[in-house]
Design a protein around this ligand. Structure first.
Ligand SMILES: [Ca+2]
Ligand SMILES: [Ca+2]
Ligand SMILES: [Ca+2]
Length: 241
């Protein structure tokens, strides 16, 4: 089993889990892995600028399109599944989703896969509570988390909230934004691949690494709901070993 197969497997478990836990059902990014392919998507070994209306769940700072790659184009395998996105479509863009119905005081977690197209690419994840007006970019916004991430062409990096400070919800709509920061290519239209961008309750996304190794019977359902990142953490440790 190769790494890609393992990741696809655990992310699949995450999807099952979302259906089990009500609170996670309210959360979660739609089409988080870009696999909800419409007729507008490219074939495998191809890419296409897809009208954003044909990429379910995702919004973009580009006026019209989201750049979608099919597995194998330019020799780049998808991080998970058959499709992924390039943040630098025609320029340094942001792909984002806004989610609602998350109660205040919840601890949230996330995971996403990032790979460079050339050299070292840098992107940013920013999680923002949109305040009482539920509108992004106004004075009542609160940035709950922001961090830059680097990746090379060597592999997809699986980034998670596992070792981050608690991300606590404030009860308003939230924006998950994945932004291109810089590219190894030096070209603003060439860089920063994104795939498998998931989030949920932190207890489900990043449980203790030890507890998942020896699950007790009562926690089996919870473990199912945990999803990709728990196993992802183990995967990362395997790679590091
Ligand atoms: Ca994918
Ligand atoms: Ca591009
Ligand atoms: Ca606001």
């Amino acid at each position: 089993m190769n790494i890609k197969t393992i990741v696809a497997g655990v992310v699949g478990a995450a999807v099952v889990g979302v259906g089990i836990a009500d609170s996670a059902q309210a959360a979660g990014l739609v089409n988080y892995n870009f696999e909800d392919a419409t007729g507008a998507f490219p074939g495998l070994n191809q890419f296409r600028f897809v009208n954003k209306a044909d990429v379910s769940g995702w919004q973009t700072t580009d006026n019209n399109v989201i750049e979608i790659w099919g597995d194998g184009f330019h020799g780049v395998a998808a991080g998970e599944g058959n499709y992924f996105a390039e943040l630098n479509a025609h320029k340094a863009d942001t792909l984002f989703q806004e989610v609602s119905n998350i109660e205040a005081g919840q601890k949230m977690g996330f995971s996403f896969m990032h790979r460079a197209r050339s050299g070292t690419d840098v992107m940013n994840l920013e999680i923002t509570d949109l305040g009482l007006d539920n509108v992004f970019g106004t004075a009542d916004d609160t940035v709950l988390f922001t961090k830059d991430y680097s990746a090379t062409t060597a592999q997809w990096e699986l980034n998670t909230s596992e070792n981050e400070a608690a991300i606590t919800t404030l009860g308003n709509n939230m924006r998950f934004a994945y932004s291109a920061v810089s590219t190894g290519s030096g070209n603003n239209s060439v860089g920063n691949f994104l795939d498998a961008a998931q989030f949920g309750l932190a207890s489900e996304v990043t449980p203790g690494a030890e507890s998942q190794d020896v699950p007790e019977p009562a926690s089996i359902l919870a473990l199912l709901a945990v999803g990709g990142v728990a196993a992802g953490g183990a995967l990362r440790k395997k790679q590091a070993a």
